[in-house]
Design a protein around this ligand. Structure first.
Ligand code: AMP
Ligand code: ZN
Length: 433
């Protein structure tokens, strides 16, 4: 195995032994803030009482509301002058949370990110273009410092402005890009409008993460640009990107367990689910000095993939994010995950990059509307063809989710994004009616 740093090749025993030592030190260190000291005292958890990794379950969970309640610096475990950087979560689920890092923290983070990139074949002579938003979002500086650490020429292109993105890719012969899944298709569409083929660009690898997408969506990105696309998972509370990343096998994301302790629990009971079953991911950062977080409830649903990865790395793999513990919705008594809907509509070549699920109440009962962007070249088609497409999508959706939605075809780029540029997938307007 060609690897970036030694921890990448550790055996299971070595990983587990390191996790235990680091968990004990973490319990000691996190007592430096009143919030964790009181929580740990109440639960009777001391460093000495952590004997095996299972003892992590005696530590109380930390929720997003806890983090908000300690805003801005209630969770600091080092003197304030030791903090060199702060970031915020993108507000995927509400008002932001601030996370503060020491110099060691940002160095460790850059190394973890560089490890991800090296794993999929990025090397110092690559040119890396980061199309993520900078500022408080971690996808900007977090990825940027990782690519620089690896030695790539790193272009902080920022989001949007497709014309400039393409010019930079061509002028600097960009070989690796970090791009949001929804934006990758917008970029490809833009090129096609200009009469160019995205596959002709020098791009060979894309880092694609920050929001959920399906395997079908990945294949589409790979085919359009003739490049490999690797799933990148992270969250601000655990630094940001660099938490879990796909290897060249593209079968699950390796969680860097030397730095993070991952659990998967039943969101209703808080108890661990058996390996291979879907539950809520709970994460503890084992190495952070500035603001450690213990047993964070991510609300992201996934599962550990059983068995060993063919690539030889022994860091456990998780499946792509299968949904949110809080985005599943119930319509006419049926549980629906937005990912099920995406899987169906992305199977249609006429469909563009975005869709929006609207849940409403028309006075007689719940109604689900699915607005689907249609690629420009199809939008000018004869009305009858569009009508047929609309009906076929509705029928396929019914087969998948057992509810018949109203499908509406809309023009490309007409659906909303949030301030971070992430696509908005579900709007539940039922509560306000
Ligand atoms: P933020 O708070 O801005 O760091 O956003 C973190 C959240 O973005 C995670 O908790 C996930 O819900 C989502 N996210 C990040 N990476 C991925 C990914 N590769 N697939 C699906 N969702 C992701
Ligand atoms: Zn692997």
């Amino acid at each position: 195995m060609d690897f970036y740093d030694a921890a990448e090749t550790w055996s299971r025993d070595r990983i587990a032994a390191t996790q235990l030592t680091r968990l004990r030190s973490l319990v000691e260190h996190s007592r430096k803030c009143a919030f964790y000291r009181e929580r740990l005292d109440a639960a009777g958890v001391t460093p000495e009482s952590i004997r095996t990794l299972d003892d992590v379950r005696r530590i109380p969970f930390t929720t997003k509301d806890d983090l908000r309640s300690q805003y801005p610096d209630g969770l600091l475990c080092v003197p304030r002058r030791d903090i060199v950087r702060m970031h915020c979560s993108s507000g995927t689920t509400g008002t932001p949370v601030a996370i503060c890092h020491t110099q060691n923290d940002v160095n460790t983070w850059a190394d973890l990110m560089a490890r991800c990139l090296y794993m999929v074949g990025v090397r110092p002579d690559d040119v890396f273009q980061n199309m993520s938003g900078y500022g408080l979002f971690t996808g900007g500086l977090g990825i940027h410092f990782g690519a620089e650490r690896l030695g790539c020429m790193t272009i902080p292109a920022g989001p949007g402005n497709s014309r400039r993105q393409i010019k930079l890719v061509k002028d600097f012969r960009t070989t690796v890009a970090h791009i949001l899944p929804s934006y990758a298709l917008i970029l490809a569409e833009h090129m096609r409008e200009m009469g160019e083929n995205p596959a002709d660009l020098p791009l060979r690898i894309a880092v694609v993460g920050a929001e959920p997408y399906t395997e079908a969506f990945r294949r589409r990105i790979e085919d359009l640009f003739a490049m490999k696309a690797y799933n990148s998972y992270g969250l601000s509370e655990m630094n940001g990107p660099g938490v879990a990343f796909e290897c060249p096998e593209q079968h699950g994301l390796h969680i860097w367990e030397d730095a993070f302790l991952a659990e998967i629990i039943d969101p209703a009971t808080g108890e661990p689910v058996p390996d291979g079953e879907v539950g809520e991911l709970v994460m503890t950062n084992l190495c952070r000095e500035g603001m450690p977080i213990l047993r964070y409830r991510t609300r992201d649903l996934t599962r550990f993939l059983p068995g060993e990865c063919a690539c030889g790395r022994r860091h456990r793999r998780m499946d792509r994010i299968l949904g949110r513990a809080d985005d599943m919705f119930i319509i006419k008594g049926v549980n629906v995950y937005p990912m099920q809907i995406e899987k169906v509509i992305m199977g249609f070549p006429e469909v563009g990059q975005n869709y929006l699920i609207l849940l409403e109440n028309d006075g007689l009962g719940d109604v689900m509307r699915v607005q689907v962007e249609v690629r420009d070249e199809y939008f000018v088609e004869d009305m009858r063809i569009l009508h047929n497409l609309q009906n076929t999508i509705a029928r396929r959706l019914r087969d998948e989710i057992l509810v018949t939605p109203r499908v509406e075809l809309v023009q490309s780029s007409s659906l909303p994004c949030n301030e971070g540029g992430k696509a908005v997938r579900v709007q539940d307007l039922r509560a306000t009616k």
